[in-house]
Design a protein around this ligand. Structure first.
Ligand code: GCU
Length: 677
């Protein structure tokens, strides 16, 4: 029997360069001529990208001409294709049509043309050769990656693997801006191919020399990076230090209402825009986890953000103002404070006080990118303030790019689909479609490893982030399937890889997040179990387990957190029988003998989930092993090596959590499975 091996190059992610095609001669002929008359930087790059993609992905050498009487690919922005009728297109949108033997790719604008090119290449790679009649556009205007890259190397090496939430930066190295221009271009291509149009390269905790990014010391180099991203329709943002006016501005204050501070930022920002004229603006983390902010001067976050916004306004820039603000100096003895309430308490009363170029950047959950959390109640509550949704693509709490965790599953089923019940179309996806939430921001998971993401299968998270930013109603199964087909080509291999992705998130939830109890992970490092690691810490991350029960009552009779939601959501959350089980112990304090909807006690359900979650993880590893000999060995083995660590980690979570609760309760698993003493 003839065994074909599926060859995958980990560097190319979902844009595999197969270099061959099985198109018939007619189709190959059409693809070998591209008619285009584009001059602008992005549109001209779109033409080049089509030529490059057809050559590298399918081995077709096409020529670019200004006209052709033969069947060909005709492409351009709507304004450069006079005489051809197109359906109405939204900004950054495109249409792909088959007409009179030609393929027509039209962009509403230059970015739309570029996205149309990638879509056309994707359709061909998925085996769809037409006829085409596609009209599409991104659901929201802001689709951004926030790199949390530091100038200093970030990686912690454990057991031979780069760990930490991702790995080292592609922009910085050893305290300096340091990058390979080709790599940045390849990165830009990956970003644009899934519709991402903004990148902030530096960490929101702006420390050390990164504070000087908005000075002559670093701007020339940053401008070079911006220039590499620009032809791909990608603009840069910079994370800035709130107290820059003191750090190097020669002032003794950063009080936003002190005119000297505003003036200083205006001048500094003028300088920044001389270097990067299309900078999209600043990302700011203020009054958060030790970072300074307006609270230090008795000012509100609206006053702080507006001051920066006014410096950016003449240049058309926005302030992305992060809402991750809470007291990180809590006393575990004090039950009166509840960290998840902070975001709403601080920002909801300020609705309407922000300038029109301030955009609040709100994490999906009120705690901190945990495996399961409710959706932050600020969504749906803000009526007069621009805002965006922030998720974490980097697997900080979800396995450090060592364990497989398909995050689009979570973003889609738990975040996008969640209905805040604040209006007629108040799911998060609905609010994105309606422009109420105007963007999707992801904390990036890209590093300088050859495969970009450390764990190769984590490429699916990067891909899926783009897909959901483009269309927040895309189903996770479709994302997993398309990612797998584009990556592996081979149908059987793809089906197995997609199934592994789809199985991964529920398995993760079962082993390390018992019904929404968070922060049972190792402090600081955030990989591996440490059940009481955060229990007596200052971070406000408590589960307060004792011999009778676990969790915090966050209903009206407890901390009152659920009252921050609409009455309907409050009601649903407040009854343990209707509260979504994934967040049951986030919202409620329950006894271990509480009987859940399946008729079993909470304790037995915790045991069941842990045994099952471990078995499901083992099933994923076995599924991967079944691909041995079907994928090139180097690719197969790098994934397998991480899977072995993943399985160890799941095992540890399972045993430690089961033992912890058995020790407290003295109650055995009803099925007599092994729980250690
Ligand atoms: C987490 C993370 C920090 C990060 C912070 C944030 O707490 O551990 O490193 O800075 O989120 O969102 O700003």
């Amino acid at each position: 029997m003839h065994n074909t091996i599926c060859h995958v190059n980990e560097y190319d992610c979902w844009l595999q360069n197969r270099g061959t095609n099985s198109f018939d001669a007619g189709l190959a002929g059409i693809l070998s001529t591209i008619v285009a008359n584009e001059k602008g930087e992005v549109a001209a790059n779109a033409v080049k990208e089509l030529q490059r993609g057809l050559s590298r992905m399918f081995g077709i050498d096409s020529k670019i001409t200004e006209k052709s009487s033969a069947a060909c690919v005709r492409m351009g922005t709507v304004s450069s294709l006079p005489g051809i009728a197109f359906p109405p297109m939204k900004a950054e949108g495109f249409s792909i049509k088959s007409a009179n033997g030609d393929f027509l790719i039209a962009g509403a604008d230059a970015s739309g043309l570029l996205y149309g090119v990638y879509r056309f290449l994707t359709e061909l790679a998925l085996g769809n050769t037409g006829p085409f009649d596609i009209v599409d556009a991104p659901a929201c205007p802001t689709r951004m990656i926030n790199h949390w890259d530091t100038l200093e190397n970030f990686t912690r090496v454990a057991r031979g693997f780069k760990r930490g939430m991702k790995g080292d930066s592609i922009f910085f190295k050893d305290g300096k801006i340091h990058y390979d221009p080709q790599r940045i271009e390849d990165y830009a291509r990956l970003l644009a191919s899934v519709g991402i149009n903004l990148v902030s390269p530096n960490n929101v905790n702006v420390r050390g020399d990164a504070k000087f990014f908005i000075t002559e010391k670093h701007l020339p180099e940053l401008a070079k990076i911006a220039a590499i991203l620009r032809p791909f329709g990608i603009r840069m943002m910079l994370a800035v230090y709130y107290c820059s006016s003191m750090a190097f501005g020669g002032l003794d204050t950063a009080d936003p209402l002190d005119a000297r501070v505003g003036d200083w930022w205006k001048k500094q920002t003028d300088l920044v825009y001389r270097h990067i004229p299309d900078l999209a603006g600043y990302v700011v983390k203020a009054d958060s986890e030790g970072e300074p902010g307006p609270f230090d001067y008795g000012r509100t976050h609206a006053e702080g953000a507006n001051m920066l916004a006014r410096a950016l306004k003449p240049h058309g820039g926005d302030v992305m103002w992060r809402c991750f603000v809470y007291d990180c100096q809590q006393d575990w003895r004090d039950h009166s404070k509840d960290r998840p309430k902070a975001c709403y308490d601080i920002f909801a009363p300020l609705d309407g006080q922000f300038d029109d170029n301030v955009v609040l950047q709100i994490k999906n959950g009120p705690l901190d990118f945990q495996v399961y959390e409710p959706v932050t109640p600020l969504f749906g509550a803000l009526k007069k303030t621009r805002h965006v949704l922030e998720v974490q693509i980097a697997q900080e709490y979800t396995g450090h790019q060592t364990d497989v965790a398909f995050l689009p599953y979570f973003w889609s089923t738990e975040v996008m689909d969640f209905d805040m019940k604040t209006g007629p179309n108040s799911t998060i996806a609905g609010m994105i479609e309606d422009g109420v939430i105007e963007g999707f921001i992801g904390v990036g998971n890209i590093c300088d490893d050859n495969n970009w993401t450390g764990l190769t299968l984590a490429q699916a998270n990067f891909y899926g982030f783009g897909r959901l930013g483009w269309d927040p109603k895309t189903r996770p199964q479709a994302i997993a399937d398309d990612w797998a087909r584009l990556t592996y080509g081979d149908e059987k291999v793809s089906a197995i890889a997609a199934k592994i992705q789809m199985d991964s998130y529920p398995a993760l939830g079962k082993v390390n997040n018992p019904f929404g109890v968070s922060f049972m992970c190792k402090p600081d490092f955030h990989y591996g179990p440490s059940i009481e690691g955060y229990e007596y810490a200052k971070w406000g991350t408590y589960h307060r387990a004792n011999h009778e029960g676990i969790g915090i009552d966050r209903t009206a009779s407890g901390t009152g957190y659920t009252t921050q939601y609409s009455p309907e959501v409050d009601k649903m959350f407040s009854d343990p029988a209707t509260c979504p089980e994934n967040i049951l112990l986030f919202i409620h304090r329950l006894r271990y003998d509480h009987v859940m909807n399946n008729g079993k006690t909470l304790l037995q359900n915790i045991y069941n989930n842990h045994f099952e979650g471990y078995e499901e993880t083992r099933g994923m590893v076995d599924a991967w092993k079944s691909l041995e000999g079907k994928i090139n060995d180097d690719y197969f083995n790098t994934v397998l090596e991480r899977f072995e660590l993943h399985l160890d980690n799941a095992h540890e979570w399972c045993d430690q959590i089961n033992t912890y609760f058995r020790r407290y309760t003295g109650i055995n698993d009803e099925q007599g499975r092994k729980i250690y003493d």
